[in-house]
Design a protein around this ligand. Structure first.
Ligand SMILES: *Cc1c(COP(=O)(O)O)cnc(C)c1O
Length: 473
């Protein structure tokens, strides 16, 4: 029996069997939703009344869990981004997966704090690190950490690179004059990382790309020589494995050579593209990735792990630790008891409290296996080639960039093509048939279909083409 005290203050259910029933119902409802995805629209606009329902008074009094869940079913579930749906092709979103979802539920139940201390969840994260090293050909001394996403991982990689640059300098040397390099197609989070690091985006040189969208190494050499001649201190080159606009992969081996010659830190933004390494037919595109000093990538994109699950891998684990570790009396390490097991994850990044992102990733990788994930990734690229072929075969459509991986940029021909294609994409979204996004290439607004979702099939590609042609009429 509950004591008077626990009954008045505790949050556990008073009626466990009833709570258990409700929990099963909630899981069943979600399975119904997942099983029936294809029958519904990709996305639907949220009615004003639904939006207004989120502007309710403070919940001072309790509500039955059942009632809160009913509100979720009515107001939240139907109005998602649509990234679970096979017709979703916008913005390089992952589609999620059932094993990962259940792993996330278990993680919520465990309520583990992965900042540190000696417990099994930390061993799960360490096991994923050992796998990540193996997958990317990094040494056993490499360190790694789950973070929110590649935006954060790129920022942290930059901080480790700066640490490395300043380490060899005389004490008191400042970061003044440090400059970094990336391709003009680099993701916007890298210039922002320069700002956040206090280096400023002005200290990031955007190197022109070739016709395939890859950083021009001759132009990079030129920029380095110019900066050196001006007395600046080049310290970092960021290669991209899978640009966000077109999926282009920089010449990573060439960049590794160049970084070695110029003594630059070689960081790779492999947000979605790095995991192409799991597909035997695509892995050669990533040659040289195993020579990076650090790599940022996301499990929540191509590997379909539920959001969020970004990752930073650093070749020199000691330098990584030196960038972030800080002493604090309340984080005292011991050799015995719960405070053992140092170094802790919190020594490798800015977060102290950390969720159990490793568990949904562990469930996903173990349940499907790396080979099946590689086959799924290959499949999305095959669908991109199907779309590319259909665009090329259709006189009213025009391919706007080479297809390197799984991203197809195209547009409908016509007068004022920017306005026409923007309208077509909005019509597509509102029709619920397919959801590509738009981007700008060479000043042109284009339709961008990023085939990331494991549920997307050939019929979804065909439906997209038919709908674009239909709305273009
Ligand atoms: C998605 C993406 C990012 C940002 O990653 P988040 O996980 O959204 O923070 C960075 N770079 C590239 C190339 C991306 O595709």
């Amino acid at each position: 029996m509950a004591t008077e005290e626990s009954a008045s203050h505790g949050l556990d259910p008073e009626d466990w069997p009833q709570a258990r029933l409700q929990a099963h119902r909630m899981l069943d409802d979600l399975f119904d939703h997942l099983e029936g995805l294809r029958a519904g629209p990709v996305w639907r606009p949220m009615p004003a009344a639904v939006r207004a329902s989120f502007d309710a008074p403070l919940p001072l009094d309790p509500s039955p869990l059942e009632a809160v869940h009913r509100e979720f079913l009515q107001h939240v579930l139907p109005y998602g981004t649509g990234n679970l749906h096979p017709g979703f092709m916008g913005w390089v979103h992952g589609g999620g997966n059932v094993a990962g979802m259940l792993g996330e539920m278990l993680a919520g139940g465990l309520n583990a704090n992965l900042g540190g201390r000696d417990h099994a969840p930390i061993e799960v994260e360490r096991q994923v690190l050992r796998w990540v090293r193996r997958i990317f050909g990094f040494p056993g001394t490499a360190s790694g950490l789950f973070v929110t996403g590649t935006s954060m991982a790129n920022f942290m990689g930059l901080l480790v690179a700066r640490q490395a640059a300043l380490e060899g300098e005389a004490p008191g040397t400042t970061q003044a004059g440090l400059v970094a390099y990336a391709s003009a197609a680099v993701h916007g989070c890298v210039p922002r990382a320069m700002d956040m690091a206090g280096l400023g985006r002005g200290a990031l040189r955007l190197v022109p790309v070739d016709a395939e969208g890859r950083m021009r190494l001759d132009a990079l050499e030129g920029a380095l020589a110019e900066d050196r001649a001006r007395g600046l201190r080049p310290f970092l080159v960021v290669g991209t494995a899978g640009t966000v606009d077109t999926g282009a992969v920089d010449d990573l081996a060439g960049l590794a050579d160049l970084a070695g010659r110029h003594r630059l830190w070689f960081h790779v933004d492999g947000a979605f593209g790095a995991l192409a390494i799991l597909a035997p037919s695509l892995a050669p595109l990533l040659a040289g990735l195993d020579r990076a000093d650090s790599l940022a990538f996301d499990f929540h994109k191509w590997a379909q792990v539920p959001y969020d699950a970004g990752y930073l891998l650093v070749r020199d684990g000691e330098r990584h630790r030196a960038t972030f570790a800080s002493p604090a009396a309340y984080l005292q390490r011991e050799t015995r008891g719960l405070a053992a097991g140092s170094p802790w994850p919190c020594d490798f990044g800015p977060d102290l409290s950390r969720g159990f992102r490793a568990l949904k990733t562990w469930f996903t990788l173990k349940t499907y296996g790396l080979q099946q994930l590689g086959t799924m990734i290959e499949g999305t690229c095959a669908l991109a080639r199907r779309l590319e072929a259909r665009v090329k075969a259709e006189p009213r459509l025009e391919l706007m960039a080479p297809v390197a991986l799984n991203i197809v940029c195209f547009r409908h021909r016509g007068e004022d093509p920017d306005a026409l294609n923007a309208r077509i994409v909005a019509d597509l979204h509102e029709s619920g048939i397919a959801a590509p996004s738009t981007t700008r290439l060479g000043g042109n607004l284009v339709i961008r279909a990023a085939i990331v979702n494991h549920r997307t099939q050939a019929r979804d590609i065909d439906a997209l083409v038919e709908a674009v042609l239909g709305f273009g009429r």
